[in-house]
Design a protein around this ligand. Structure first.
Ligand code: AMP
Length: 216
C-alpha cells in the first residue's frame, strides 16, 4: 500500500524536522523540495542556478520547474511505498499536478498534517536555525542545539545558516506562504484530509501529536 503524506505549515514551524522523524519511523521517503533545490544549487546544475534567483528573494520557484523536479523525485525506487512531502505542494497548481502525478503511481494524498505557529516565534526560530551541509539535518541554537557547536550530530558535517533565514528574507517567505500556500489549506480541508497540529509545542510533543493523529 502506498502512503503519501503532505506536511503543510509556514517556514520555520518544524515541517522539515517532523518529516525527517516520521520518515525514520515509517520508512517512507522524505521529499523536501527546498532540500532538492539546495542540492541542485550546491552542484551548480542549471536547475539550481535558476532556483537561486527566486530562493535568495524568498520567492517561489516557478511551478513548471518545481513540478518537473518533484515528478523526477517521485519516480525513484525509494518512493514505491509512498513518501512524506515537505515543502511541496505550495500552490494550488502544484497540488493539482501532485494529484495527477500520484494517480500515475496508483497513489493519492492520504493525509495532510498542517502545523501551525506564531509568526514572531517563526522569525525568531529561523534566525537561530543551523542546517547541515551534507544532508540538511536541522538544529536550532536555542531550542535543539547540536552536541558540538557547528557540527552535525548525525554525520559530523559542517552546520551553516541558510542565506534565506535572514530576517528580511524570512518575513518575505512568511508573506509568500500566506499569499500562496494558505489557499491549499482550504483545498485539503474540503477534501477532509487536513489535521491541524500545534507547532508551538516541543519537537517531541509535536511528533507525538502527529503520530496519534495519523493513526486515526
Ligand atoms: P524551504 O526549504 O521549504 O523553506 O524552501 C526554500 C526555498 O525553496 C523557498 O523559499 C522557495 O524559493 C523554494 N521552494 C521550495 N519548495 C518550493 C515549492 N514547492 N514551490 C516553489 N518554490 C519552492
Amino acid at each position: 500500500m502506498t502512503t503519501f503524506i503532505v506536511i503543510l505549515g509556514p517556514p520555520g514551524v518544524g515541517k522539515g524536522t517532523q518529516a525527517e522523524i516520521l520518515s525514520e519511523r515509517t520508512g517512507l521517503a522524505h521529499i523536501s523540495s527546498g532540500d532538492l533545490f539546495r542540492e541542485n544549487l550546491k552542484n551548480q546544475t542549471e536547475l539550481g542556478k535558476l532556483a537561486q534567483t527566486y530562493m535568495s528573494r524568498g520567492e517561489l520557484v516557478p511551478d513548471d520547474v518545481t513540478i518537473g523536479m518533484i515528478r523526477e523525485r517521485l519516480g525513484r525506487p525509494d518512493c514505491k511505498a509512498g513518501a512524506i512531502l515537505d515543502g511541496f505542494p505550495r500552490t494550488p497548481t502544484q497540488a493539482d499536478a501532485l494529484d495527477i502525478m500520484l494517480a500515475e503511481f496508483n497513489g493519492r494524498v492520504d493525509v495532510v498534517p498542517f502545523i501551525v505557529g506564531n509568526d514572531a516565534v517563526l522569525v525568531d526560530r529561523l534566525g537561530s536555525r543551523w542546517t547541515c551541509r551534507a544532508n540538511g539535518h536541522i538544529f536550532n541554537q536555542k531550542f535543539s542545539p547540536p552536541k558540538e557547536t557547528g557540527k552535525c550530530d548525525y554525520d559530523g558535517s559542517e552546520l551553516y545558516q541558510r542565506d534565506d533565514d535572514k530576517p528580511e528574507t524570512v518575513k518575505r517567505r512568511i508573506q509568500v506562504y500566506l499569499e500562496q500556500t494558505s489557499q491549499l489549506i482550504s483545498y485539503y480541508r474540503e477534501k477532509g484530509k487536513l489535521i491541524e497540529i500545534d507547532g508551538m509545542q516541543t519537537i517531541e510533543q509535536v511528533t507525538q501529536t502527529m503520530v496519534v493523529a495519523l493513526k486515526k
